[in-house]
Design a protein around this ligand. Structure first.
Ligand code: GDP
Length: 326
């Protein structure tokens, strides 16, 4: 399949072409990269836009269950839903937290849904770029909602928040003192906190947890891109499928408001700037990973160690060799 054909098929919503295109953007081969860039350039003109929802939560909090029931609800409303993942564990070890088990059994069988596990790459930056490109492909393929899932274990939330229109944090009911366990930075990123498992024996703990987080969110500075009352916490049960419609409504209220007030476009523009800068940084760092660069670093570093060259002079030498010295 050449790029023109692939592009046309994607625009027609062909899932196989979409899957192949994602494999193409995930490839590390240089010729593939050139094709991927050409394809993304072609598709960028489609002007299609999905609602990109970032979803984070620690393992076991109910992300798969939530995506399954939330996704099914959206599909029942006639929406097309894509699910992508950013899995930092796959970046480190090649294994993954998010991809191994059979997940989202019903959703994965839906024609209106598309589920893709995290690319296994050697670094989070690589996973981030490929996921971001996969999001663009899903948008061109006409998906209405793209859910980008990540495990709440640190840096990957920032990555996901930077490619989402809306960031949702999924929490489980807990004792009040566990509130401290959620890092402030992650709380600040969240537009909506969903306290999951608000059912059965866990219901009363969920009510308490939700109240605690509502209180904590009120203490955070109100952000200019938010209407009154946001960010907010509410309860859901992914298992009993309760609170999901309300969560969807809140998401629509928030994004509707942001669109009306120009924040939607402004945020996307900021994100584009961020990813441009990241790509430049990453490309420069990648230059240090070639065998020539590694050997040269070693040789210069030996000279620095013996005092033959100063760190500054050696650094200049290195940069000249890389073709990036001023
Ligand atoms: P993930 O690791 O975040 O993807 O979590 P899973 O979706 O795999 O769920 C972890 C466990 O929590 C499973 O045993 C689920 O059945 C359970 N679980 C998920 N959502 C709910 C819920 O709303 N209520 C209850 N009671 N259990 C849930």
């Amino acid at each position: 399949m050449d790029i023109a054909e692939m592009s046309e098929k994607i625009l027609n919503g062909d899932r196989r072409a979409l899957a192949r295109a994602i494999t193409l953007v995930e490839s590390g081969r240089e010729d593939h990269r050139a094709l991927a860039t050409a394809l993304l350039g072609k598709l960028a003109k489609s002007g299609r836009e999905a609602l990109r929802i970032g979803l984070s939560g620690t393992p076991g909090v109910g992300k798969s269950t939530f995506i399954e029931s939330f996704g099914m609800m959206l599909v029942a409303q006639g929406l097309r839903v894509a699910v992508l993942a950013v899995d930092p564990s796959s970046a480190r070890t090649g294994g993954s937290i998010l991809g191994d088990k059979t997940r989202m059994e019903h959703l994965s069988r839906e024609k209106a849904a598309f589920i893709r596990p995290s690319p296994s790459q050697t670094n989070l930056g690589g996973v981030a770029r490929r996921t971001r490109e996969a999001v663009a492909l899903c948008e061109a393929a006409g998906f209405d909602v793209v859910l980008i899932e990540t495990v709440g274990v640190g840096q990957s939330e920032t990555v996901v928040a930077q490619m989402s229109d809306l960031f949702v944090l999924l929490l489980a009911p807990a004792g009040g003192d566990e509130l401290q366990g959620v890092k402030r930075g992650i709380m600040e990123m969240a537009d909506i906190i969903l306290v999951n498992k608000a059912d059965g024996d866990l219901k009363s703990a969920a009510i308490r947890t939700c109240a605690d987080y509502s209180g904590a969110l009120r203490l955070l500075r109100k952000r200019p891109q938010d209407p009154q009352g946001f960010p907010k916490a509410q309860m859901v049960s992914a298992l009993d499928e309760t609170g999901l419609a309300q969560a969807w409504e809140e998401m629509q209220i928030l994004t509707g408001w942001r669109r009306e007030h120009g924040h939607w476009e402004a945020t996307r523009a900021e994100q584009a700037r961020y990813w441009f800068a990241q790509d430049v940084r990453q490309a420069l760092l990648a230059r240090l990973e070639t065998s020539w660069a590694k050997d040269r670093m070693k040789a210069l570093s030996d000279q620095v160690a013996t005092g033959e060259a100063s760190p500054a002079a050696a650094a200049q030498d290195m940069l000249k060799g890389l073709g990036v010295a001023g």
